[in-house]
Design a protein around this ligand. Structure first.
Ligand SMILES: [Cu+2]
Length: 152
């Protein structure tokens, strides 16, 4: 091989590709990389993060989520209440304006899982159903990943 360094760079580039990323499409909605952070076995709650990209021309809304992995799943928002981080449920759901992407991330808006039916162990996957006002319902697979920070 004439250019071993280039080959190495290419291989490293391939390895660095988000091989773990997974992606779902429901109508004009794109759902990117649903994941959850691995938690110690004694924890009874966790959180799911993902990206929502509304590539359509009409607004939509994520209304509700559910999973067999938890007794209940809620849409939550993190708020800084005078220096204290609190979580607030979003019973009205999450607005998805047309042509916009929204990321559910640690420290921000998230899907809260309460009453886990099994610990969130790294490497495992579980199904999550998302219900949208316009686009309807889709089941996605959540990947449990190793993480250092506690949820949410
Ligand atoms: Cu929460």
């Amino acid at each position: 091989m004439k250019h071993p360094r280039i080959l190495t760079a290419l291989l490293l580039g391939l390895l660095a590709l988000p091989a773990l990323a997974h992606h779902y499409v429901l109508g004009t909605l794109h759902i990117g990389h649903p994941w959850s952070r691995a938690m110690p076995a004694m924890m009874s709650s966790g959180a799911v993060y993902l990206k929502l990209d509304n590539q359509g021309k009409s607004a939509d809304r994520l209304l509700a989520v559910s999973t067999p992995r938890a007794a209940s799943a809620e849409l939550h928002q993190n708020l800084n209440d005078h220096g204290v981080m609190r979580m607030r449920a979003l019973p009205e759901g999450i607005e998805l304006p047309p042509g916009r992407g929204i990321a559910l991330t640690p420290g921000g808006t998230h899907i809260m899982l309460m009453g886990l039916t099994a610990p969130l162990k790294a490497g495992e996957r579980f199904p999550l159903t998302l219900r949208f006002a316009r686009a309807g319902t889709i089941e996605v697979e959540v990947k449990i990943e190793e993480g250092m920070m506690p949820t949410p």
